[in-house]
Write a protein that binds this ligand. Structure first.
Ligand SMILES: Cc1ncc(C[n+]2csc(CCOP(=O)(O)OP(=O)(O)O)c2C)c(N)n1
Ligand SMILES: [Mg+2]
Length: 560
């Protein structure tokens, strides 16, 4: 058997997985691997200006494409800089495989230069975190990493490789097919008895509601969820953060719940007598984990690929372990056999909630103010964004208005902080989504606070020609926190007011296109023009401060 350099063997193993990009930043410990990419056209080192940007881009790439992503970074601080983004991938169920170079084995555990216990640092935010000890086992460890990253509800995996295992070392060149070391199709049906009991509960329901969670997106179950809702006249509500789980134009779609969502969706949830939580863990923002939104009398059927999630936050009437698509198909089949009630009264109620939401959002078109109220931006965005446009949100109060205001028709078009809550992820995650799905238009929406966290990645976007349209809603403050200080701390403002550069000019300095829009009537046209460019652009829109009436105390249910 021919031998190849160990660094090359790592790259070949990634090639066998169909990896297109390795997101990272160079360092001495990874040069054995990175240089093996020289001259390759099927795989590119996507070098960022900070490792955090690499982790965020990897997250965006895998969430948009559904394919695993890879990060490669060097020992100590280089890999530590990934942590925030990898924690996001952990919360967002994203298969990101991290390959970290480490100092040589003889220098480990001696407080040496750039030497830290990376495996233990990454353990709480990964599904697998391991240290390589033997050159020959490196391919096997990579297989373990991909298997762990893609199993169950998915997540990041971390492999730490001391540099002496790679330098001047060779390895057997034999390549394994992914299907030989990990399942490539994970379709797990629900237990037939549980399906029968769930179908009985659903058939008896008067006001059934389908809560479509992240498992509907990852399990590609949108069409099956809609078929089930159509069959039973179920209200369709995505769980918080997963607006793209079901088509928002559907007649039974109400809106997204949560503090940033539609009150009409919360009303639908509280009115439902049966909730089918499909691929949903009934997350905190959707439900508050109490009976303030969900009625204590409501019967809950929960479907999740991970048995650990079933019954975790609420007592369930029926718990089903299985993949969302297969279980939804099983339920449709079980229920088609019987005659289905059309639930005319419930359908009328759903239509009324929808109409109320529509009127509420349309009224925002007449909001006046200079600078404009941030809500005023959204009717204009609705005009400009194509149905397949991918939208990435940062944290912050103005970007958060998106949850209730933009329309999503296709899965894998909406990306946000996924329960991680880290400000500053929006821009680089948005860049990753565009690489993951280049045929779809992509925008990111962030505030002035969030944008400057990773704005240095405009340079990455320019160098790699990534045509992301980035919209900065500039209220010259950390608005979400200013709202808290105004409401709960007698407006004693500390650390919340900002003085910013002009973001459009910043973009131009980096070599990207910049736009500055002050009038609502210019927004749609500018966004449409920016979406036609073949390189990155930044659109700054000055907006007013906005203090929502319902801001909650820190540590309470409000989240941003
Ligand atoms: C990493 C991180 N640091 C701090 C916070 C707390 N935080 C949440 S929103 C916010 C302000 C966001 O400001 P900006 O991006 O300008 O958006 P705005 O709220 O003004 O619309 C801060 C500091 C956080 N969520 N994440
Ligand atoms: Mg702000």
């Amino acid at each position: 058997m021919a031998s190849i350099s160990a660094g090359q063997a790592v790259i070949e193993a990634l090639g066998a997985e169909g990896v297109e990009y390795i997101f990272g930043l160079v360092g001495t410990t990874t040069n054995t691997m990175v240089t093996a990419l020289y001259g390759r056209s099927d795989m590119r080192f996507l070098d960022t200006r900070h490792e955090e940007g690499a982790a965020f881009m990897a997250y965006g790439y895998t969430r948009a494409s559904g394919k695993p992503a890879v990060c490669m970074t060097t020992s100590g601080p280089g890999s530590i800089n990934l942590l925030t983004g990898i924690a996001l991938a952990y919360k967002g169920r994203a298969p990101v495989v991290v390959i970290a170079g480490d100092v040589e084995r003889s220098k480990l555990d001696r407080d040496g230069a750039q030497s830290f216990d990376l495996v233990n640092l990454f353990k709480p935010v990964t599904c697998l975190a391991r240290h390589a000890h033997q050159t020959e086992r490196i391919p096997q460890m990579l297989h373990d990493a991909f298997r762990a990253a893609l199993a169950g509800k998915r997540g990041p995996a971390f492999i730490n490789i001391p540099r002496d295992l790679l330098e001047n070392q060779t390895i057997d060149a034999a390549l394994a097919r992914p299907s030989s070391y990990r399942p490539v199709e994970l379709r797990m049906p629900g237990d037939s008895d549980a399906i029968r009991r769930a179908a009985e509960v659903l058939a008896q329901a008067q006001r059934p509601l389908l809560l479509a969670g992240g498992g509907v997106i990852d399990g590609e179950a949108s069409a099956e969820a809609v078929a089930l809702a159509d069959l039973l006249g179920m209200a369709l509500v995505p769980s918080y953060g997963h607006n793209d789980a079901v088509p928002n134009s559907h007649a039974l779609f109400v809106g997204t719940p949560g503090n940033r969502g539609a009150p009409e969706a919360l009303e639908a949830i509280s009115r439902a007598d049966v909730i089918l939580a499909l691929g949903s863990r009934l997350n905190q923002h959707t439900t508050h984990w109490n009976y303030s939104t969900i009625s204590a009398k409501t019967r809950i059927i929960q479907v999740d690929i991970d048995a650990q999630e079933v019954g975790r936050n609420y007592a369930v009437e029926v718990g089903i372990v299985g993949d969302a698509k297969t279980v939804a198909q099983q339920l449709v089949q079980a229920l088609r056999a019987g005659k289905q009630d059309q639930r005319a009264a419930w359908r009328t109620e759903i239509a009324a909630l929808k109409a109320r939401r529509k009127a509420r959002l349309e009224a925002e078109q007449s909001l006046a103010g200079d600078p404009m109220m941030p809500q005023r931006v959204f009717p204009e965005l609705r005009k400009a964004l194509p149905a397949d446009c991918m939208v990435t949100l940062d944290a912050g109060i103005a970007p958060g208005l998106t949850y209730d205001r933009l329309v999503f028709e296709l899965p894998r078009t909406f990306f946000n902080y996924s329960g991680h809550g880290g400000l500053g992820m929006g821009y680089a995650v948005g860049l990753g989504t565009k690489l993951g799905r280049p045929e779809r238009p992509a925008i990111s929406i962030q505030g002035d606070g969030g944008f400057l966290y990773t704005s240095q990645e405009i340079n990455t976007a320019v160098r790699h020609r990534i045509p992301l349209v980035s919209i900065v809603l500039n209220n010259s403050c950390h608005g979400a926190e200013k709202a808290q200080q105004q409401r709960h701390f007698d407006a004693r403002y500390v650390g919340v007011d900002l003085i910013n550069p002009r973001f459009d000019r910043l973009a131009e300095v980096y070599g990207a296109r910049g736009f500055y829009v002050t009038r609502p009537q210019d927004i749609a046209e500018t966004v449409s023009a920016a979406l036609k460019l073949d390189g990155p652009s930044v659109i700054e829109i000055p907006v007013a401060e906005y203090f929502p009436a319902a801001a909650k105390l820190p540590g309470g249910a409000a989240g941003h």
